[in-house]
Design a protein. Structure first.
Length: 188
C-alpha cells in the first residue's frame, strides 16, 4: 500500500501503470529537496556513514555513493527541487525512455524504504516493502533544467511541480533482487 504524504494528491491510492510488459505499482511520490545535488534512498534515515562511504571523484562519476542500506544518488538541477516517484516493478525501465538511469544495490533489513534529502528528518516518501535485496533504477529526465534555467521566478506548489515534465524529475524503479551491475546504465 502506498505511504504518501498529505497534499500530494495520492493519499491512500494505489496506481498501477502498464508500460509494455512491465507493471509498475506506485509506492509514493513527493517533492524532494535534493540538498547537495543528491536524493537519498534508505532503509533507516538515521544510518551513519563514514568518509569512505561518502562522495569522492569515483563515486561522483558513477552517480551514487553510500552503502546498500543508505544510497545517495546524484542530481543535476541547481535549485535542487524535484518531483520524485517511487514505483515497484518486476523489471528495469526501458533505456529508450530516460535521459539518465543509475542502478544501485539497495538492501532493506527493516521492510521499509525511504526517499528523502540528506537534510530531511521526516522522509517525504516512505513505504513498506519485503525485506531483502533490490535494484533501484534511478531514472531522470530533463537533467539540469529547473525554474531558474527557464527564467521563471514563482514558487511552484506540490501539485504544480508534480505536473511539470519540462523540468528535472525522477522516477525510482524498485526491482526485487540484487543487481548484476551498479552505476550509470544510460547517460545522454
Amino acid at each position: 500500500m502506498a505511504a504518501d504524504r498529505e497534499g500530494d494528491g495520492l493519499q491512500d491510492r494505489e496506481l498501477n501503470l502498464v508500460c509494455g510488459l512491465m507493471t509498475q505499482r506506485l509506492l509514493g511520490a513527493a517533492r524532494v529537496f535534493a540538498s547537495n545535488y543528491q536524493i537519498v534512498v534508505c532503509d533507516d534515515p538515521f544510518t551513519p556513514l563514514d568518509d569512505e562511504q561518502n562522495w569522492d571523484a569515483e563515486k561522483t562519476k558513477r552517480g551514487f555513493a553510500g552503502v546498500p542500506a543508505f544510497r545517495m544518488i546524484g542530481t543535476e538541477a541547481d535549485l535542487n527541487d524535484h518531483w520524485v516517484e517511487l514505483v515497484s516493478c518486476d523489471r528495469p525501465p526501458s533505456s529508450d525512455e530516460w535521459q539518465r538511469i543509475t542502478c544501485v544495490h539497495f538492501h532493506s533489513g527493516s521492510g521499509r524504504i525511504h526517499v528523502m534529502s540528506v537534510i530531511d528528518s521526516d522522509p517525504p516518501i516512505s513505504a513498506d516493502i519485503e525485506r531483502g535485496d533490490y535494484a533501484v533504477y534511478a531514472a531522470a529526465q530533463n537533467l539540469g533544467i529547473d525554474q531558474s534555467s527557464l527564467g521563471e521566478t514563482g514558487k511552484l506548489s506540490d501539485a504544480e511541480i508534480a505536473e511539470r515534465r519540462d523540468i528535472e524529475w525522477h522516477r525510482l524503479f524498485l526491482v526485487p533482487g540484487k543487481p548484476e551491475f551498479e552505476g550509470r546504465v544510460v547517460d545522454r
